[in-house]
Ligand binder design. Structure first.
Ligand code: OAD
Length: 249
């Protein structure tokens, strides 16, 4: 795979790299994305029927079972070459921050040590009323299970529509975005805010912004470099080219 020499050079020389990933980076692991027609998680349902507090209050069992299905799916897949390349890059750059919209935990399973999870993590469970994480609960057969402290419904510890993002993670994401030399936006449709604002913030701050995605997105026209392709193919190839450039000085 060939890349614009300028892109390889800028990454090879970068002191600080920030990456925003979306569902597309897990697609090659077999995890369905949200909006891709052929695999879209939303294909069978509408987001407002599954991923909002009102949807949960209206039908807690449906929402809990949809996430249980996704948890099982994620537990059965492996990180792909894109996740592994990002884990290698994290270890190689002086400053490297990985910000993800994904809730599947595959970046951590690939070896990334610090992952900023803007939308939570599907493997974590919390009490709907108290908002605190619950790691174990008595198996009473209730679906969703009940909080051992207050008896209310448990829910996945993920951000739903109409819910605020975790403030600390958003702050870390903005700090990483506004201080990086190169910003990679990988596998995201760049339509869900505030996460989608990050690549544009990086542009405003003068970072070199690179988009890796087989489809165009609202970022495509403004990115400095656009590499149309699958993350599992592009990222390992790009990282290999950068390592060569670094070794040949
Ligand atoms: P989407 O499903 O909206 O977009 C997936 C993107 O990945 C699309 O732009 C695809 O073109 C691209 N894509 C597909 N296969 C790819 C591959 N192999 N390599 C690279 N890119 C590929 O997913 P997100 O942008 O992550 O929010 O969606 C953002 C948020 O919307 C999600 O975090 C979720 C959803 O509602 C919450 O759950 C709060």
């Amino acid at each position: 795979m060939n890349f614009p020499p300028e892109l390889v050079q800028q990454l090879a020389r970068a002191k600080s790299v920030a990456v925003l990933t979306g569902a597309g980076v897990s697609a090659e692991s077999g995890v369905p994305t949200f909006r891709d027609a052929q695999t879209g998680l939303w294909a069978k349902y509408r987001p407002e029927d599954l991923a909002t507090p009102r949807a949960f209050l209206r039908n807690p069992r449906l929402v809990w079972e949809w996430y249980a299905w996704r948890r099982e799916l994620v537990a059965g897949v492996k990180p792909n070459a894109a996740h592994l390349a990002l884990a290698e890059m994290e270890a190689a750059f002086a400053q490297f921050h990985l910000v993800t919209q994904n809730v599947d935990g595959l970046h951590q399973r690939a070896g990334c040590r610090t992952v900023i999870e803007l939308h939570g993590n599907i493997m974590r469970t919390k009490c709907f009323s108290e908002g605190t994480v619950v790691t174990q609960w008595p198996e009473t057969g209730d679906v969703p299970p009940l909080c051992p402290r207050c008896g209310g419904h448990l829910r996945p510890d993920v951000v739903w529509f109409e819910e605020p993002l975790p403030a600390a993670e958003m702050e870390q994401a903005i700090k990483a975005t506004t201080s990086c030399d190169v910003f990679l936006s990988v596998g995201t449709s760049t339509v869900v805010y505030p996460a989608a604002s990050l690549p544009f913030e990086a542009l405003r701050k003068g970072a070199t912004v690179v988009e890796i995605n087989p489809q165009a997105t609202p970022l495509t026209k403004q990115a400095h470099f656009v590499v149309p392709g699958a993350a599992g193919v592009v990222l390992p190839a790009l990282w290999a080219a950068v390592k060569t450039a670094r070794s040949t000085g």
